[in-house]
Design a binder for this molecule. Structure first.
Ligand SMILES: Nc1ncnc2c1ncn2[C@@H]1O[C@H](COP(=O)(O)OP(=O)(O)OP(=O)(O)O)[C@@H](O)[C@H]1O
Ligand SMILES: [Mg+2]
Length: 237
């Protein structure tokens, strides 16, 4: 039984990694194809102003390649970091500390509701904090005129615990509900979003044997990061 669970978790992990890696390869290949196109046109370009425009385009597209590869590397490195037994409540507090200023600068009020008991998970703390940070920033970005974001933690059935990030913005249209988790899916203007936040979040969650899901609500968006609770420590009843 436990072996089956382990196997399934391992399959989920590999699938999440593989899907993300495939998305990255695809994106970087497309970017490099346009870089080559600009370079080929540039070689024949006599007009110096036009040549400068092509160099600027090459610079811009290669910068996107670097950003994309860096996001992936950050993800890959973090998953290699040793897991430790940490309280999900503390990870939520750490994430809140990182985003509080940015949210209040955009008139977004942040409230934290901690479960009334520790919710231990066996996790790479940095990776989980980054997922929660990204969810909070997405919420803020969805509400350019300000609003409310709440992050709460709770125990869910089946030995799982969750951090739930909810906002009162426009929400995600139902037809985009699955697509938002695809690598490089973004509705943000060019240069403002890589579309990797949720894809990496879902991969990090799967990597921990958990999940990241969008739940439908009457208004706003609600993202649920669910993780397996850590086993009780030996000697603790
Ligand atoms: N809280 C939210 N409310 C409404 N739409 C959202 C919310 N969170 C995510 N989305 C939608 O999901 C898309 C994908 O989000 P994701 O975090 O993966 O990428 P991004 O924010 O566009 O770019 P990046 O995170 O790489 O800077 C967003 O462009 C947006 O359309
Ligand atoms: Mg994002």
């Amino acid at each position: 039984m436990a072996d089956d669970d382990n196997d399934r978790a391992q399959v989920n992990r590999l699938a999440a990694m593989g899907e993300l890696a495939a998305g990255i390869v695809h994106e970087v290949r497309n970017l490099l194809t346009s870089v080559r196109g600009f370079a080929q046109v540039g070689r024949r370009e006599a007009d110096i102003d036009r040549a400068h425009e092509l160099f600027a385009a090459i610079d811009r597209e290669s910068a996107r390649c670097v950003d994309t590869l860096q996001s992936f590397l950050r993800f890959a490195r973090k998953r290699a970091v040793a897991r430790s037994r940490v309280d999900l409540n503390d990870l939520v507090d750490a994430a809140a500390g990182l985003v509080r200023h940015q949210l209040s600068a955009h008139d977004v009020r942040l409230t934290i509701e901690r479960a009334d008991r520790p919710l231990f998970v066996c996790a790479s703390a940095d990776a989980i904090v980054e997922v929660i940070v990204n969810l909070a920033l997405n919420a803020q970005q969805a509400m350019p005129h300000g609003g409310e974001v709440s992050v709460r933690t709770c125990a869910r059935g089946g030995g799982r615990v969750a951090a739930i990030v909810e906002d009162d913005g426009p929400g995600v249209p139902p037809e985009l509900a699955d697509r938002v988790f695809e690598p490089f899916f973004t509705t943000k203007p060019e240069g403002q979003g890589t579309g990797l936040g949720l894809a990496i979040g879902a991969a990090v969650a799967a990597d921990h044997g958990g999940s990241l899901r969008l739940e439908s609500t009457a208004r706003g968006a609600r993202f649920v990061l669910e993780l397996p609770a850590a086993p009780e420590e030996a000697g603790v009843a």
